[in-house]
Design a protein around this ligand. Sequence first.
Ligand code: ZN
Length: 203
Amino acid sequence: MKIFCVGRNYAEHAKELKNEVPSAPVIFMKPHTAVLTDNQDFYYPNFTKDLHYECEIVLRICKNGRSVSEKFARSYYNAMTVGIDFTARDLQQHQKEKGLPWEIAKAFDNSAVIGQWKNISDEEKNHPFLFSLKKNNEVVQEGNTENLLFSFEKVIAYVSQFFTLNMGDLIFTGTPQGVGPVAIGDRLSASLFDEELLNFAIK
Ligand code: ZN
């Protein structure tokens, strides 16, 4: 299983990190050891002092394909959840300044937290999806897929030019504005529309 992630897919988030709005999707990957499921506790890693949440919609790929055209891309996912792309912002900043790869800041163990899966019908794909993240019961991020710079279909088409998609691969589709730090003792909960699909503690 492969995990693809899109960086800077909401203009307001690119701005808050003082990044340029990209002209093509920014893609990076995480290994399968990054996945954390079932609302398990997340243990704050000792290599960072500035761990940030990024709440994102996650798609699950349901068939194999390569060089998928945008027109057919919507049939390549059939399930969705909300997830957290945990980021060691201090390490990421260091790597970015030096022009070094991001993996140690983005792809470490348990950095891809995923909620409970929802099956998504083709009809539902015609409408925007709303999602939100609460930290200690206060809303900190709200996203609307209407504001995506690159739609789910564009991302699938783009990624599949370079990497064969396989059933079960995941795509973290980017985070809206409002990213911020977590601390030991915090609780994060995320919802798709009004349905809570993720709820876990930072230990
Ligand atoms: Zn992200």
